[in-house]
Ligand binder design. Structure first.
Ligand code: CP
Ligand code: NVA
Length: 316
């Protein structure tokens, strides 16, 4: 798809539904061709390409997905933590971006400020992928949506409920992608943790086109009829000092057997971006139980990330 060539992925806000649809179909194809131990031998579509992997925060899935997806098809990923390079400290973000843009084919950034990943995209002039900021986690939610579609065979009109910290990066990104794709999305969170109004307004304008229903509520009985229940940690990376306050607010929102039963459906699935704190936002019984699809989601991080890079780097 020509419109994806050379594009960055910072939020999904600037992506059209048909572009996201294309990436989902490509992810499914990538998964069918997967190289880990079976199916086809790896193609070499990233040969001669280089990828800078910038990390201010820790990662297991995102780093490994980018590094293995790119490397197994002949690309050269370079991991750079803030212990390795100047990033807004001795050298400005803008100057770092300009230098990386002269040496690499693409950049992945995981860190704190959304403004950093936005500046990298502007000043590097190469595709930049947001591997998580305080505000958004776009590559994650493509894998989540793919996992839902794999399970149910369709997306439009399905009901996804996020239960927990409604203002966090994952909840916000799910709201955007759901609104674009026509997935009904309910954020179930205490009012103190509501997603911000400006983003909600923007998403409502997308949902008016896609037919998605967006709701924000403190009421856990709004999970009735849900196809999928999603949760995430109560205190995200960088918010460790808010842990006690969040626990007090969010313990009634723990995803456990009682909460799952409120869907009234035997086939509701449980999703989580991981890493999970078992016994806090979700009980071990649910995450380890038959409703859980969390390992599919983790695997799908790699397939979706490969698809994003193939399309935006023009390697198809
Ligand atoms: N879900 C996710 O982003 O995991 P990591 O923090 O391990 O990358
Ligand atoms: N909201 C979590 C997601 C981790 C993948 C965090 O930012 O820490």
């Amino acid at each position: 798809m020509d419109s994806l060539k050379g594009r960055s992925l910072l939020t999904w806000l600037d992506y059209e539904a048909d572009e996201i649809r294309f990436l989902l179909d490509l992810s499914r194809q990538v998964k069918e061709d997967r190289v880990n131990g079976h199916k086809k031998p790896p193609q070499q579509r990233f040969t001669g390409k280089t990828l800078a992997l910038l990390f201010e925060k820790r990662s297991t899935r995102t780093r490994c997905a980018f590094e293995t997806a790119f490397g197994e098809e002949g690309g050269h990923p370079v991991f750079l933590s803030t212990a390795d390079i100047q990033l807004g400290d001795k050298e400005s973000i803008e100057d770092t971006a300009r230098v990386l843009g002269r040496m690499f084919s693409a950049i992945q950034f995981r860190g704190f400020k959304q403004s950093t990943v936005e500046a990298l995209a502007v000043y590097s002039s190469i595709p930049v992928y947001n591997g998580l900021t305080d505000d958004f986690h776009p590559t994650q939610v493509l894998a989540d949506i793919m996992s839902m579609e794999e399970n149910f065979g369709s997306l439009k009109g399905r009901k996804l409920c996020f239960v927990g910290d409604g203002r966090n990066n994952v909840a916000r990104s799910l709201m955007v992608i759901s609104a674009k794709l026509g997935v009904h999305f309910t954020v179930i969170t205490p009012p103190e943790l509501n997603p911000d109004e400006t983003l909600l307004e923007r998403c409502l304008s997308f949902s008016a086109v896609s037919g998605s229903e967006l709701r924000v509520t403190p009421d856990t009985s709004e999970t009735a009829g849900a196809d999928a229940i999603y949760t995430d940690v109560w205190a995200s990376m960088g918010e460790e000092d808010k842990k006690a306050q969040r626990t007090a607010l969010l313990h009634p929102y723990q995803v456990n057997k009682t909460l799952m039963a409120k869907t009234g459906r035997p086939d509701t699935i449980f999703l989580h971006c991981l890493p999970a704190v078992k016994g806090e936002e979700v009980t071990a019984e649910i995450i380890e139980g038959p409703m859980s699809r969390v390992w599919d989601e983790a695997e799908n991080r790699k397939h979706t990330i490969k698809a994003i890079m193939l399309a935006t780097l023009g390697c198809l």
